[in-house]
Design a protein around this ligand. Structure first.
Ligand SMILES: Nc1ncnc2c1ncn2[C@@H]1O[C@H](COP(=O)(O)OP(=O)(O)OP(=O)(O)O)[C@@H](O)[C@H]1O
Ligand SMILES: [Mg+2]
Length: 262
């Protein structure tokens, strides 16, 4: 199953959410840094022995190999401290220039992973080079902060997505995660109402708690255990809804294929 996490605008916490969600995922999982603006995951996460990850092993090599038709995910996986397997992103946006036609086949490579792939695709705009990969994911989850502008940009991005042609496959199942204070259930309700009024049938899957200290640990700004933190506990609550969202599209895709073959 391929799950992509994105923002509509700003930096609401996509990388932090993707990183923590992958680290609490109960089955086999790989975290892919596919942010075209340049990846943060390799900057935040050293190898278990404390050495930096190899920047030449990762998305760029995978994309080059996919272009040659020989890509395989396994050689591009590196293990980070804590045991999570990751695919490092690009170091600068220019590195993805000219990679255009490769993304649809790269989605196929990611899908061959035996477990779940969680991919951080950064800010999703109509000209994002990774849009074909996003459109071939099972679930596309937007991360948003509960602000007027956060909601407004999200609504417009979701509206735009309803006009996008995903080709021969069904669109990814769409969902939203809000990064918000633990007691703030009102924001989730407001967001659901706003989307409903806009005619957007997109579920709000839940919240990632605002927990700056733990987010700082994830970003390697401070060191301490966060296993029982609000950030990790709230991410655990999201595993079920995110997985169910991805599975709903997998079922839709199977039905779609059956119809095509008839
Ligand atoms: N749950 C959270 N609680 C508190 N702070 C958070 C949380 N998630 C992210 N942050 C903070 O918000 C800032 C942006 O986070 P992050 O880099 O994950 O966002 P992003 O959407 O991936 O941004 P970018 O667009 O730069 O890739 C960072 O300072 C991070 O520590
Ligand atoms: Mg990011």
């Amino acid at each position: 199953m391929l799950i992509t996490l994105a923002s509509a605008k700003g930096s609401p916490g996509v990388t932090t959410t993707a990183r923590v969600l992958a680290s609490v995922w109960p089955q086999e999982v790989a975290l892919v840094d596919a942010d075209p603006a340049g990846g943060d995951i390799s900057l935040w996460s050293p190898a278990p022995d404390g050495t930096p990850l190899d920047p030449d092993t990762g998305l760029l090599t995978l994309a080059v190999e996919a272009r040659r038709g020989v890509a395989s995910l396994d050689p591009q996986l590196q293990t980070i401290d804590g045991g999570l397997q990751v695919v490092c992103g690009v170091q600068s946006p220019g590195q993805l220039a000219g990679m255009g036609p490769v993304w649809p086949s790269l989605a196929g490579v990611l899908r061959q992973h035996p477990g779940t792939v969680v991919a951080d695709v950064g800010r999703l705009t109509p000209d994002s080079p990774v849009l074909p990969l996003v459109l071939d994911s099972d679930a596309l989850v937007f991360v948003v902060r509960p602000t007027i502008e956060g909601y407004a940009h999200l609504r417009e991005r979701l509206r735009w997505l309803t006009t996008v042609d995903s080709g021969m496959r069904p669109m990814p199942a769409l969902g939203v995660i809000a990064v918000t204070e633990a007691r703030d259930t009102g924001s989730l309700r407001d967001l659901e109402l706003l989307l409903g009024h806009a005619g957007l049938n997109v579920p709000v899957l839940g919240a990632v708690g605002v927990d700056q200290k733990s987010a700082d640990v994830v970003a390697a700004r401070i060191a301490r255990g966060i296993d029982r933190s609000l950030l990790v506990r709230s991410a655990r609550q999201l595993v079920g809804p995110v997985r169910a969202l991805g599975e709903s599209r997998q079922h839709a895709a199977a039905g779609f294929l059956k119809k095509e073959l008839r």
